[in-house]
Design a protein around this ligand. Structure first.
Ligand SMILES: [Zn+2]
Length: 266
């Protein structure tokens, strides 16, 4: 298992030297990304230090604090999370700005190439590729190998439309570890999730199948609260079917519910 440093690139939003602001706010989004990167790396068993500067300070003060935190630990990689700016495309021109990763030298090239390709693929934005700069403060002053990820552009509507901080974080971690992460408990839960609602012949009564039994709801607020909780847990609407008595699929569902468990298998 490896040790990593992860940090968001600037001060918190509205506090001192916060990051670029366009359609997206760098200091808001980069923190969602870094929190998720840290969570995913830890879930894979790695040790991770959060080296983000959370105080109100200047640009230089922020960078110095970040580097001081980074250099407290000898790590496999320092990961700096940023969002880019400079596209000035607030309307959207159907062309994304894209993602790029800055390196001090070629030691980190393989990881960098993977992160770029993963983010570009996951978000559907341009891959601007691996770049090099020996003057970027964090890259120049950290003792361990370091990477600076510019996830996408804050001021490009096309990037903002494709943006998903959590997907981006997963793409970064899969690039670092060079493996696919099958962690998401919610994804696995979705696969086994059988809950649904249905109506018959367009009648007002809404039936709810909770995975074990079917009940007839008695008012519309009951439907609303179930749908709300389901969506919060799963990130999408509960399936809702309009079945007809001429093709009564609800009867097939009921038959399955009523089947007796099998005692003996062949
Ligand atoms: Zn930045």
């Amino acid at each position: 298992m490896a040790v990593y440093n992860v940090h968001a690139g600037h001060c918190p939003q509205g506090k001192g030297a916060s990051g670029a602001v366009g359609i997206l706010k760098e200091s808001v989004e980069d923190r969602i990304v870094k929190d998720e990167v840290i969570r995913l790396l830890r879930a894979e068993g790695h040790t991770v230090y959060d080296c983000t500067c959370e105080v109100n300070t200047t640009k230089d003060g922020c960078l110095q604090k970040i580097v001081a935190k980074c250099n407290q630990h000898s790590v496999a990689l320092d990961i700096s999370i940023h969002l880019n700016s400079g596209r000035n495309d607030y309307k959207g021109d159907k062309s994304t700005g894209g993602t790029e990763v800055w390196n001090y030298d070629t030691r980190t090239k393989a990881i960098s190439d993977r992160i770029c390709a993963n983010i570009a693929r996951e978000l559907g934005i341009r891959n601007r590729g691996t770049k090099y700069d020996t003057d970027l403060y964090v890259l120049a002053n950290t003792n361990s190998p370091a990477l600076l990820v510019e996830c996408c552009f804050v001021d490009d509507k096309d990037d903002a439309d494709h943006w998903n901080a959590k997907k981006c974080a997963k793409a970064i971690v899969e690039g670092i570890l060079n493996k696919e992460i099958k962690e998401d408990i919610s994804e696995r839960k979705e696969e086994s999730e059988m809950k649904c609602m249905f109506k018959v012949d367009g009648n007002a009564t809404v039936y709810y199948f909770d995975g074990n039994r079917i009940v007839a709801l008695t008012n519309s607020d009951q439907m609303r609260i179930l749908q709300e909780i389901y969506k919060d847990n799963n990130g999408h609407d509960m399936p809702f079917y309009n079945w007809t008595s001429s093709a009564p699929w609800y009867m097939r569902l009921k038959q399955v519910i009523d089947l007796k468990p099998v005692n003996k298998l062949p």
